[in-house]
Design a protein. Structure first.
Length: 292
């Protein structure tokens, strides 16, 4: 395709992120929220969240249960809870919908509503505008970011730390605000232009028999708060996130939640997916093509 790049894409290459307001309609957002309510209503609490600790060995089994639950979630729809919301019998100490931190990592493959959004014609069109030739969807997540519980901010990170490719520069995040994301409820913050100097840290699968399921290689440098700019965005807005751009979110100090649906796409042409990534395609779910 000849001609000049349209300004927003130029902006994306320069900053490492791009805000597209009103990308999805309020109806599409509500549809996703209603679907998640349905999924949560039918949720079973995973067994590893219900163990009553008594011995060191059982604690280790519990930790192993939780890491297996995470490591094998790439081709399933699974629930990840905020800390301290379940008692040792797996009963909720707070309302169910306020107890969940996120649901992942294959909503895009197995849920009709999220599948339709992920492969919607406007997403595919955006992929083509970005010049993606063989984009595949590697994972998706529904993030709740509820006030009372989310006492933890999301520390500065690069998505390629968790989703490593050779070469780099092949991962792209699509982050959809299902409610207004504001300074008060924990919108995303970015360091513009920070996507051009590689990655500092990798999360890799630990050797079998290790005490943890993953480990970090390298370390995240200290970033100055002043380097970050906030990106508040209205319901239905989409933020495109380059795999190596540094971003974070602060605590949700407001009364309102900050629901978001996010998925990651890899340009599969001439790219290899790291065998050390926590997330691996499976025979049941090879990474599906974004283009249908």
């Amino acid at each position: 395709s000849g001609g000049e790049q349209s300004p927003p894409l130029f902006q994306f290459h320069q900053d490492g992120f791009l805000v597209l307001e009103n990308f999805f309609t309020p109806e599409e957002c509500d549809c996703m929220r209603h679907q998640i309510q349905r999924i949560v209503a039918e949720m079973e609490v995973p067994p590893h969240c219900r163990t009553q600790f008594s011995t060191r060995e059982e604690e280790q089994l519990q930790a192993q249960g939780s890491s297996d639950y995470f490591l094998t979630s790439g081709d399933k729809i699974r629930f990840f809870f905020e800390k301290g919301v379940l008692d040792e019998k797996g009963n909720f100490l707070v309302p169910k919908e306020k107890s969940i931190s996120k649901i992942g990592h294959a909503l895009h493959a197995y849920d009709p509503v999220f599948k339709q959004i992920t492969h919607s014609s406007k997403v595919q069109e955006l992929g083509r505008k970005l010049g993606l030739e063989r984009p595949v969807v590697v994972q998706s997540m529904y993030i709740f970011k509820v006030q009372t519980i989310s006492l933890v901010a999301v520390t500065p990170h690069q998505d390629a730390t968790f989703l490593h490719t050779e070469p780099l520069g092949r991962i792209l995040g699509f982050w959809i605000a299902l409610e207004d994301a504001t300074l008060e409820n924990g919108c995303l913050w970015f360091i513009p232009g920070s996507h051009t100097s590689g990655i500092n840290r990798r999360m890799v699968r630990a050797a079998s028999g290790a005490s943890t399921c993953v480990e970090f290689v390298g370390s995240e440098p200290a970033y100055e708060d002043s380097q970050f700019i906030p990106l508040p965005i209205s319901k239905g807005g989409l933020i495109l996130i380059h795999g190596e751009v540094v971003h974070k979110s602060e605590l949700n100090s407001s009364e309102s939640s900050r629901h978001a649906f996010t998925f990651h796409v890899m340009e599969a042409k001439d790219t290899s997916w790291s065998k050390e990534n926590w997330l691996q395609p499976t025979p049941e779910l090879p990474f599906p093509s974004l283009y249908t």
